[in-house]
Design a protein around this ligand. Structure first.
Ligand code: PHE
Length: 454
């Protein structure tokens, strides 16, 4: 076992794993996606539902993914195969690989915008956001740069690549956000935004809001598509899955909440509306920076750190797919990285062109009608809803059933016990959550949402 794991790569230090997993979790999901879905979902009410989903569904489920990965030290497909042999359950692992590839494709497009905003004053000064993202040459170049960086790091392997970067840059992002919040909440009129974010109004909440909150919780913690199975597979047996996983969840959730405090006060103070959709942070934050001392510089650093946050997430998306080809198809790391990277890049092109550059990708009402698919009518929005919310919820549904019932929650609990104090009532509670609450809650929300729209 030891030689096998050292061949596959293993986290160097405990703190290295925590930062790498937190790096996977913290990214565009927290800073770009959370504020806009929370804004569309009604602010405070959304926040409460989101926090409930994190605490009662995602955290117990996170331990299931980590233990499944660490048990046989395999990618999602391999981990399932090691337990059931050839079986229909392998399709669930296959879904993870597909979701990884698809999320990577559109994620890299948005990450490209973030990179573009680092140098915006140089490459496209005074260009409004809508025009910026509708310029085909620009967005595809930025996409290529971001994808290239992702490939470069993943090709470097687990310790040298992923771990080393995440450790330095994540704490920096945290500190910078505190500065931006300070400015945001002291803008005149900010208190209305704080109230919007903290005072819940449940009158508009339906299954769709709960679905989006649940989907966002999975997306933000990188769950439902095997990223944490894969990262768990590099975790040594002596490590404490409970506390490491707990830190990751707390860190990720804090960054999302901080992003809310960064954005909502500014939205109200500057007279914008919280339901601007995916453009939200790219439009609002530059306005906040403009009101800050040394704002130009702060903007550059902020978008740089956001790009890094995106990078530590995209490497985990790619790593899921790559680890599958390394373990199961015996490809070399380099061959896997570059083959998959090129495929992901090609898949990303329609998304890159879906923000105004190409008409039939930017407005797909000819398929989804005027209301769109859950309000989304451009290719990016459609992919993000389909893979970034729905697929992850389905993935988590099947994986929680797999770990809870097919592999057996007691085996998973034994795996967790290696390295943690996990017994008695706590363990019983976890098993109950994993076997009953997670799958039932997820499926009720999905069905409720579909019934709501019929
Ligand atoms: N959690 C990442 C973010 O918040 C995105 C992600 C989703 C990464 C799924 C891996 C798997 O940006």
């Amino acid at each position: 076992m030891a030689t096998e794991s050292s061949k596959r790569g293993i986290w160097n230090t405990r703190i290295g794993f925590i930062f790498a997993a937190a790096g996977s979790a913290v990214g565009l999901g927290n800073i770009w996606r959370f504020p806009y879905v929370a804004g569309e979902g009604g602010g405070g009410a959304f926040l409460i539902i989101y926090l409930i989903c994190i605490a009662f569904i995602c955290v117990p489920y996170l331990f299931a993914e980590l233990s499944l990965g660490r048990h046989h030290q395999r990618n999602p497909v391999g981990a399932i195969k090691a337990i059931t042999g050839p079986s229909g359950w392998l399709a669930v692992g296959g879904l993870c690989i597909v979701a990884g590839l698809m999320i990577l494709s559109y994620y890299s497009v948005v990450a490209g915008w973030a990179i573009g905003y680092v140098a915006k004053d140089v490459i496209a000064p005074n260009t409004p956001f809508e025009e910026f993202i509708a310029s085909p040459g620009l967005v595809i170049t930025l996409l290529a740069i971001f994808m290239g960086l992702t490939l470069y790091i993943v090709a470097g392997g687990v310790q040298q690549g992923i771990e080393r970067w995440a450790k330095i840059l994540m704490p920096l992002l945290f500190v910078l956000m505190l500065f931006v919040i300070l400015r945001s909440v002291t803008l005149e009129g900010a208190s209305e935004g704080i109230a919007f974010f903290l005072k819940p109004d449940f009158s508009e909440v339906g299954f769709e809001t709960i679905m989006v909150a649940l989907g966002q919780a999975f997306f933000s913690l990188s769950l439902g598509m095997g990223a944490m199975i894969t990262y768990g597979s590099y975790l040594p047996k002596r490590e404490n899955i409970l506390s490491s996983g707990g830190y990751v969840a707390v860190f990720d959730t804090s960054i999302a909440i901080l992003a809310g405090f960064m954005i909502f006060p500014a939205i109200f103070a500057l007279g914008f509306s919280p339901d601007e959709g995916p453009a939200l942070v790219f439009v609002i934050l530059p306005e906040v920076f403009a009101q800050m001392y040394l704002g130009g510089l702060i903007g550059v650093i902020f978008f740089l750190l956001l790009s890094v946050g995106a990078l530590t997430s995209s490497i985990s998306l790619l790593e899921v797919v790559v680890s599958y080809f390394i373990d199961e198809k015996k490809w070399s790391r380099k061959k896997s990285v570059y083959t998959i990277g090129i495929i992901a890049f090609i898949l990303a092109i329609p998304t890159a062109l879906s923000q105004g550059a190409v008409g039939f990708l930017s407005d797909m009402s000819y398929i989804f009608g005027d209301d769109g698919l859950f309000g989304q009518n451009d290719f990016l929005g459609v992919l993000d809803f389909f893979f970034g919310s729905l697929f992850l919820a389905f993935g988590a549904f099947f994986i929680s059933i797999f770990v809870g019932w097919v592999w057996g929650a007691h085996y998973a609990a034994e795996e967790i016990q290696q390295g943690s104090t996990f017994s008695g009532n706590l363990m019983k509670f976890w098993i109950f959550m994993l076997r009953y609450i997670c799958p039932i809650f997820i499926i009720v929300v999905i069905i409720g949402m579909f019934l709501d729209i019929i």
